[in-house]
Design a protein around this ligand. Structure first.
Ligand SMILES: C[S@@+](CC[C@H](N)C(=O)[O-])C[C@H]1O[C@@H](n2cnc3c(N)ncnc32)[C@H](O)[C@@H]1O
Length: 395
């Protein structure tokens, strides 16, 4: 099918990060909406985008989009899609669904009408009545939004946050995709020190190391579309080869520490699995012992939120301690993700900017305290660029 439309889905609040990633990968004509970015692409981009996207949840192949208010319309719209161009005779088809503000509100009925229509199309094209469905998997989604049906097929399989490096789990680990998004929002670059002094399983430090070395986050895993016969192995091999060629061994200054010995051990193991252990200096120590003589560094961290009763006071005391410890890093930029509704009061300073993000279902804010940029970057900055703020990502 040419040209294709691909949809990169994401958590609410980080669509613009995904759009920036796609632009950096060379894609254009992006349509950014709530939770997704749609863009035109070709077959090889299914492999490329699955391998490279850091902040996206999944990559979907958009098969059709059409208005519909009754089941017959939905049936005919789905049957008109050339399914035989991607689904082989033995393809195993799952249909998922969702409906928002639409006349067709019964999701199970939409799913079953969609499945019937796909099978009808396959019967017509393959000239047979029954399908074994014991081959590669195709997860088809019928999504209705304000009476418009979007029909997609998932190309990722397991969500893109599953990079394949995290075997051990810390307390409340951050999704890899969210950690990668926060690193990008901070606009940290490899010339600066980056530190996560409450690193848990190390996700933020590992994602920073992967980005700092231009390592494609999906290099160590497989994707469901790799099992699809219409996407030859060559496409995937070439995309992987390109990714390996583009990875660097750039020396990085990333510090990760935590007071909990168990999670600290898991962070080190995860970094080893991700192939970036040499890029991160791990230390088992409490926040109180965190300090640095380096200038213009970047703290990116995700402290406990104190959600359970009893933990709240402990989290608030930790925020006060953070205020003191980070207060000594006068040229640093700080990015702190918390769901505590009074974080800034306990921390003791209002952030220059905050950004609403979701950690799973938990509403959080990324509190941003931007320090000055390193002098080299100030001198080299373009006329009109925000030269005094350590970052200045448009939001
Ligand atoms: C929400 S978890 C961080 C999760 C991490 N971002 C990840 O992806 O796994 C918060 C971490 O803060 C650590 N922590 C809590 N109090 C601390 C302290 N006083 N000093 C250092 N680490 C602390 C906990 O051990 C825990 O690992």
């Amino acid at each position: 099918m040419h040209p294709l439309k691909l949809i990169a889905t994401s958590a609410f609040g980080i669509e613009s990060v995904v759009a920036q990633e796609l632009t950096a990968l060379g894609y254009s004509d992006l349509a950014t909406e709530n939770g997704r970015v749609t863009f035109p692409a070709g077959d090889r981009d299914i492999a490329r985008c699955n391998l490279w996207l850091r902040a996206a949840d999944r990559l979907l192949l958009r098969m059709a989009e059409f208005p519909t208010t009754d089941f017959e319309e939905l049936f005919q719209g789905v049957k008109a899609i050339p399914w035989e161009t991607i689904i082989p005779e033995n393809g195993k088809m799952h249909v998922t669904g969702k409906s928002v503000r639409s006349k067709l509100f019964s999701v199970p009925d939409c799913q079953s009408v969609t499945k019937k229509a796909v099978v009808e199309r396959m019967k017509m094209k393959y000239r047979r009545e029954r399908f074994a469905e014991d081959g590669p998997v195709y997860t088809i989604e019928v999504g209705l939004l304000k009476d418009v049906a979007t029909i997609t097929v998932d190309t990722s399989g397991a969500g893109l946050h599953k990079r394949g490096y995290r075997e051990e789990r810390g307390q409340a680990p951050l999704r890899e995709t969210l950690a990668a998004a926060i690193v990008q929002l901070s606009r940290w670059d490899p010339s600066r020190v980056m530190a996560d002094p409450m690193c848990g399983s190390g996700t933020i430090a590992i994602e920073a190391a992967l980005a700092g070395r231009n390592i494609a986050p999906g290099l160590r895993r497989k994707f469901v579309a790799e099992t699809w016969p219409h996407l030859p192995a060559k496409t995937w091999n070439e995309a992987r080869e390109e990714a390996r060629d583009l990875a660097t061994t750039e020396p990085l200054q990333i510090l990760a520490s935590d007071s909990d010995w168990q999670v600290f051990k898991s962070a080190r193991a995860n970094a080893l699995n991700a192939g970036v252990a040499d890029a991160i200096t791990f230390q088992h120590k409490p926040l109180a012992e965190f300090s640095s003589k380096k200038k213009y560094g970047c703290v990116i961290t995700n402290p406990p939120y104190g959600e359970r009763m009893g933990d709240r006071a402990q989290a608030e005391a930790l925020y006060r301690e953070m205020g003191e410890v980070f207060g000594r890093l006068d040229s640093w930029s700080l990015f702190i993700l918390s769901a505590h509704d009074e974080f800034e009061r306990h921390y003791g300073k209002k952030s220059g900017k905050n950004r609403k993000l979701y950690n799973g279902r938990i509403l959080c804010y990324l509190y941003q305290y931007r320090g000055p940029l390193p002098p080299r970057r100030r001198e080299g900055s373009l006329a009109g660029e925000d030269a005094e703020s350590g970052g200045g990502a448009p939001e």
